[in-house]
Design a protein around this ligand. Sequence first.
Ligand SMILES: CC(C)(COP(=O)(O)OP(=O)(O)OC[C@H]1O[C@@H](n2cnc3c(N)ncnc32)[C@H](O)[C@@H]1OP(=O)(O)O)[C@@H](O)C(=O)NCCC(=O)NCCS
Length: 421
Amino acid sequence: MTARKITKKTSRTGPAKLTVRTITSSEIDGWVRSKATGFLSHPAEGEGEYHLGDVDLDRTWGAFEGTTCVGTLRSFATPLTLPGPTEVTSAALTNVTVAPTHRRRGLLTKMITSDLRASADRGEPVGILIASEYPIYGRFGYGAAVDAASYTVDLANVRFRQQSSGHVELVDLATLRREAPPVYERFRTTQPGSIGRSDRWWDRTLEQVDVPGATAVKGYQTIYMSREGEVQGYLRYTAAPEWDLMRPKGTLNIAELVTTSPDAYLGLWRYCCEVDLVTRVQAGDRCIHEPLAWFLEDGRAVRQSGRFDFIWVRVLDVAAALSARRYLTKGRLVIEVTDGQGIAGGRFALDGGPDGATCTSTNATADLTLPVDTLGSMYLGGMSLLALADAGRVDEHSSGAVMRADTMFRSPVTPWCTTWF
Ligand SMILES: CC(C)(COP(=O)(O)OP(=O)(O)OC[C@H]1O[C@@H](n2cnc3c(N)ncnc32)[C@H](O)[C@@H]1OP(=O)(O)O)[C@@H](O)C(=O)NCCC(=O)NCCS
């Protein structure tokens, strides 16, 4: 793509009116250019056309000054796994930018409000996103719901307590493209916080198609085969030789390690820790409760080197969202939800437990009042309502209601999402 030619003369009457609307296919190049500028990059030749295959134009928003795109935002529908496990269709928000020339004039507010309302009208009970900066999205009703962590494993001290029963095979990318999606799908449907992946996502990530601007990763990939011959996990990693006075000092970086059994988990982590010439393993975007330490003689060999917010949740339909998931303990709560954007507020009676839940609008006296972003933070069962209450983000009206809600909403499986979007 070449730089846009500036043909228009500067107007004496000032800039054209700002409008926010969904885009047409002929506007994709300008939209992609604007998105790239917002993220401090440049679009590659052909990126607009490639992007057309990813976007749903009905939910791809642009902010325009005249015909010039100065803001971008889009959403797409994807399954989100909930405690239970069950799932809902969520509206995943992405590609959010406003040009530096037009920031802080309310363009994000206009685009996101339009998209949230459209998602709610479509019947999607929740929205999700990954925030570039923490302070942006709380005002729009999103709450930080799933954290992610990075880990460093010092191999000098690693001794595993047991062996796995299957074996690991090195495979090429085409084989991984065939074997990984079913494994991921089995993993995803039991892992609260995780989302679906499209064929295009797999083709792009596993380098099966030419994507404008993409550079090859040059890594390695393996699958884990159980003793019975079932593929129960896969691993993508990079590693490069490094030496310190003739002693090996390599680092193996895990790009993704996904398993569907503890045996496969052990087998693939053990593989990573036993690659010759490597003295350190690093992994990012992992679950905050990584079980690796329990497999080792010295659990301190694994260090959580970072932790950060990852998935944010915006509840759009309280009754549908809360009745879709399961709860750790059986109980009844009346929750008053406040929503400054007027989308999801109201008073709701929740009857929930491990086997199912109902949630309906009610006039009964509320046990708790909380803003919709706090409900979003609690929704996937990974955050402490007690901590949120300490921070003044919940009002308790009946004694013990915060504790009861905290217990009910907890997920027995720590929420985790390993997919960027
Ligand atoms: C984030 C971004 C889209 C905001 O767009 P914008 O049009 O300036 O946002 P708005 O004018 O609608 O801002 C609405 C409110 O959010 C606040 N806000 C916006 N961006 C913020 C930020 N990065 N940090 C803190 N507050 C922010 C504004 O100050 C405003 O607050 P107010 O209502 O109290 O005045 C824009 O700054 C941007 O493109 N950033 C770079 C790319 C990026 O990080 N995108 C997000 C990807 S998840």
